[in-house]
Structure formats: structure tokens, C-alpha cells
Design a protein around this ligand. Structure first.
Ligand code: ZN
Length: 408
């Protein structure tokens, strides 16, 4: 039986339970000069170095964590990981004042990524995504939700699901697939033809994906199209998690709650009524701080959501158009510095609540006896220092299921 002892950590910081709501997000459990004993990938004990030495046989591997903080593996619960191409030219155009419409007329925008992704082979897409995954792992991400949505036709959307499935088996980060065929309408068929295709794909998609997503916004998917698609998807076991209220407050939150969405994501534009509805619900409010940073627009009302009692998660929204970042340490920093989360709340949002939104918090998202040993050993003595000393990768060692999968 493989065993691993993380010896004498300066600090262990973790949320506890299945999720934390509202101001409970601040209640992070802290241990000083503590060890963790792991057996067969599961956390068996958390206690003083002496106590664990006396209670367990010598571990097959020991990592000295003196001067290091240990946190749960980071959970990035909203990404668009699999795509080809890059849009730095569009970034520069936008900085020089070009509008979204002007960029689109010069061949930019989401459809430029769709065109590059359709042209790429499965192997090309896999090798591009594998590189991004290795970067995310190095920054402490051990679980990641991955959306399709840059195919927008039958062949490529299914290819993206295959890429996610194969990568899940081939590298350490747990990947959770979401079908986002309803990302945009493609230019090569009518809207009704495309909606028919999405409905037809659901039985096959349901064998590969866990969730269904839609971009609910003017000029994208309206409330009715989203509702009909999600109700059908639920019959095949696909649970909704939706992009809503990024640019406008137009009923996406109420629809998502009616559909029993596990998570509603973005939420930059929220009415007081919508904040109240979210705060009363079991649906996770997933906020994407680096999108506001990247696009230079307003942040979601994170403080009000938390103070009202919502279950808040934070994620990278890694994608080529609005957040080319997969460093969850930076996401936590921006959540603190720009959205006024406390470091404790940011840690809870990036671990336990993110796991809960993926239906995984019974086994992942916190450092507790019986949970999987997905851990990040930081090069700082407190996790707060790792957030505050921003823009630097503070991962020293990343552990997945009790196995060291990355070390600096
Ligand atoms: Zn997104």
C-alpha cells in the first residue's frame, strides 16, 4: 500500500464540509506545524508530527513541508480549454480602440477560434490542450471543468468531447466535461437548423459530458431556446451550468434557477432581486475575476453575493477571447484585490465551492480525513502570503490522489 507523509507543514489551510455559503466561506480551518498521512490516495490522518509518527507505520514517501503552507488542490470550475489558434492580434486591436464589431469584421472574435479549431486534427487539439494542462498543473490546479463550444458542428463538437475524454485518461488533472454547443450560432447554417442539431446530439453527448451549458445573452441564446434545450438535456442526465448576466440582466438567473442549474456563471450584471434569488438557492454563483481584469469592465458584485448568503465559486474562464489565463493563484488574487473577497473566502471559492458546483465535493475540495489527497504545497509559510505575493507561481509540489505529479 502506497503511503505518503507530508511532514510538519507550517500551515494547513482548508474549507470543510460539502460547501460553504455566504459568510461561512470565511471560516477556513487552519492548522500549524501539522502533518498529513495519506494512504492509497486518501487522507487518513491530520495531526501533530509526533502523533502521526506514533500512530502509523513509516510512510513509503515523506515530504518535508517545514516553512510551507498546504492547501487543497485548486479546482478550476469554468474553462474553455480545448481550442486551436491564438487571438493576441485581436487583443492589441481592442487596446487601440477597435470595437467588438470592427474586430469581428476583420475576422476576429469567437468564430475565428471556431474556424481554427475545426481545421485542427484531434491530435493537434490534444497536444495544444496538454500543454495548457501542464501549465495549469504547475500552478496547482488538480481538477478542471472543460467546455466544448469551439466546434459548433457535429463533427468538431464530438471531437472536442473525445479530446477531453482522452486527456482525462492521460494526464493527472481530473477533467469534467461540459457540452457547450450553445456557445454561439455558427455562420454556416440557420439558427433553427443549428438548434435541431444540438437537440439531435444530446443522446450521444450525454455519454461523454456531465453538464450542459449555454451562452444566454442577446444575439446568442435566448431564454426560450436555452430552456427547451436544457429541459431536453436533463432527460439525458446532463445538468445545466450556464453563462448568464455577463452583459445584461435579462432573466438568465431566474431561468437558471427554474432549471435547477448547478451553477450560474459570470454574473457581472445582477439586479438586487437576482442577488436575493441566488442567495436563497443551492445554485453556485461562479465568478470569473480575470475576465473583468482582461476586458477592463466591471466586476461582479461578489461582496454583496457573499454577504447575502450565496454559495460563491471563482474560476479562470480560460479562453482565447476574454481570459487567456489558467493560473488559479492569480484568480484568487484578483478576487481579493478587485472584488474584496478575504483570502479565506477566495480559497473556499477556488476549492470547496468549485468542487460542489461540479458535484465532486464529497471527495474533493478540502483537506479532510476520507477525502482524496489532492494537495498543493506552497513555497510560502502561509497561504495568504501566496495570494498577496501575486503574479508568481508559489506551487512547490502538486499532489494528485496521493501521488506527486509536479514539483518545481
Ligand atoms: Zn466561459
Amino acid at each position: 500500500m502506497a503511503s505518503l507523509l507530508i511532514h510538519n507543514a507550517a500551515q494547513i489551510a482548508t474549507a470543510t464540509g460539502r460547501y460553504a455559503r455566504g459568510t461561512d466561506m470565511h471560516h477556513v480551518r487552519l492548522y500549524a506545524r501539522t502533518s498529513i498521512y495519506i494512504q492509497d490516495g486518501i487522507i487518513r490522518a491530520i495531526g501533530s508530527p509526533l502523533e502521526l509518527e506514533q500512530s502509523f507505520p513509516p510512510a513509503s514517501q515523506v515530504i518535508d513541508a517545514t516553512d510551507c503552507a498546504v492547501i487543497p488542490g485548486l479546482i478550476d470550475s469554468h474553462t474553455h480549454l480545448v481550442f486551436a489558434g491564438s487571438r493576441e492580434k485581436e487583443f492589441a486591436l481592442r487596446l487601440s480602440g477597435a470595437t467588438y464589431q470592427e474586430i469581428a469584421s476583420q475576422g476576429g472574435g469567437i468564430l475565428s477560434t471556431v474556424s481554427a479549431t475545426r481545421k485542427a486534427s484531434k491530435d493537434e487539439l490534444k497536444s495544444i490542450a496538454a500543454r495548457y494542462l501542464s501549465l495549469a498543473l504547475a500552478h496547482g490546479t488538480t481538477t478542471m471543468e472543460v467546455k466544448t463550444g469551439y466546434g459548433l458542428n457535429e463533427e468538431t463538437e464530438l471531437k472536442l468531447l473525445d479530446v477531453i475524454e482522452e486527456l482525462n485518461a492521460e494526464q493527472p488533472i481530473t477533467l469534467v466535461p461540459t457540452f457547450l454547443g450553445a456557445h454561439a450560432f455558427p455562420p454556416d447554417c440557420t439558427k433553427s437548423e443549428y438548434l435541431d442539431l444540438l437537440h439531435r446530439l444530446l443522446p450521444r453527448v450525454a455519454t461523454k459530458a456531465k453538464f450542459i451549458d449555454a451562452f444566454v445573452e442577446e444575439n446568442y441564446f435566448n431564454l426560450e431556446q436555452t430552456e427547451v434545450l436544457c429541459r431536453k438535456a436533463k432527460q439525458f442526465g446532463l445538468l445545466p451550468r450556464l453563462h448568464v448576466n455577463q452583459f445584461s440582466s435579462s432573466g438568465g438567473v431566474a431561468l437558471g434557477l427554474r432549471l435547477g442549474a448547478v451553477s450560474l456563471d459570470h454574473l457581472e450584471k445582477l439586479s438586487n432581486e437576482e442577488i436575493h434569488l441566488l442567495a436563497q438557492s443551492e445554485t453556485v454563483a461562479t465568478l470569473l475575476p480575470c475576465v473583468s481584469l482582461f476586458l477592463g469592465y466591471g466586476y461582479p458584485p461578489a461582496r454583496t453575493l457573499i454577504d447575502s448568503g450565496a454559495i460563491v465559486a471563482i474560476a479562470s474562464n480560460f479562453n482565447p477571447g476574454s481570459a487567456m489565463n489558467l493560473n488559479m493563484q492569480l484568480v484568487m488574487f484578483v478576487a481579493c484585490a478587485q472584488m474584496s473577497l478575504s483570502p479565506n473566502e477566495a480559497l473556499t471559492a477556488a476549492t470547496l465551492n468549485a468542487a460542489y458546483s461540479l458535484g465532486l465535493s464529497d471527495t474533493l475540495g478540502s483537506i479532510e480525513i476520507g477525502k482524496h489527497a489532492d494537495l498543493v504545497i506552497l513555497d510560502t509559510p502561509t497561504f495568504e502570503q501566496a495570494i498577496y505575493f501575486f503574479g508568481i507561481n508559489h506551487s512547490k509540489t502538486v499532489i494528485k490522489n496521493g501521488v506527486v505529479v509536479w514539483t518545481c
